[in-house]
Write a protein that binds this ligand. Structure first.
Ligand SMILES: [Zn+2]
Length: 185
């Protein structure tokens, strides 16, 4: 698959034609065949906001996704005026904002501490909720460690998009820096 807006539109079309309903982390239970779209914003929130608008205006019909953003990014400052405007653009386009969490900011792989990690996620989620004036209800992990995935951690009131349930019951397809983890033809 090419990394163009057009190819993405075709992918969405294929998903819909296969009878899948595009849903989110909170209402997927209501669908028989469901697909959750998620974007982790590692680098460029402006580009993410443009994409969010593209998704909202797709000629095949608007779609909603979850945009996971980092509070601890070295590449964008979420609290800057520009970033806040981009976040608002994403929300106005009908998408959900979730927390993208980088455990390596707090822990080394040798010292994995489940309780501390839970605390840190809740703290960052509270900060992001405060910024957005809207409760953050889901989290995704930025380059999760093996321990994190194995521990299948729950967070109070926040959906862990890396929980075993999503990996066991869903087919997971993802790309990182424009390369698919498996063949997406
Ligand atoms: Zn990431």
């Amino acid at each position: 698959m090419k990394f163009t807006y057009e190819a993405y539109g075709q992918l969405i079309q294929t998903i819909r034609e296969a009878g899948y309903k595009i849903t989110d982390y909170h209402s997927f239970h209501n669908e028989n065949r469901c697909c959750i779209l998620r974007h982790d914003v590692d680098m460029d929130l402006g580009a993410a906001a443009d994409f969010a608008q593209f998704e909202a205006n797709m000629k095949e019909g608007p779609i909603s996704a979850t945009y996971f953003v980092l509070i601890s990014s070295g590449l964008y400052n979420l609290y800057s005026k520009e970033c806040m405007e981009n976040l608002k653009r994403i929300i106005r386009a009908g998408h959900e904002i979730g927390l993208h969490f980088d455990e390596k900011r707090y822990l080394t792989e040798e010292h994995f501490d489940r309780g501390y990690l839970q605390e840190c996620v809740l703290r960052e989620a509270a900060l992001l909720s405060d910024m957005l004036e809207k409760r953050v209800r889901c989290v995704s992990m930025h380059r999760p460690s093996k321990q994190f995935l194995e521990e299948d951690i729950c967070f109070d009131g926040i959906v862990n998009s890396y929980s075993e349930k999503f990996f066991r019951e869903f087919k997971y397809m993802s790309d990182s820096r424009m390369s698919w983890r498996e063949n997406a033809e």
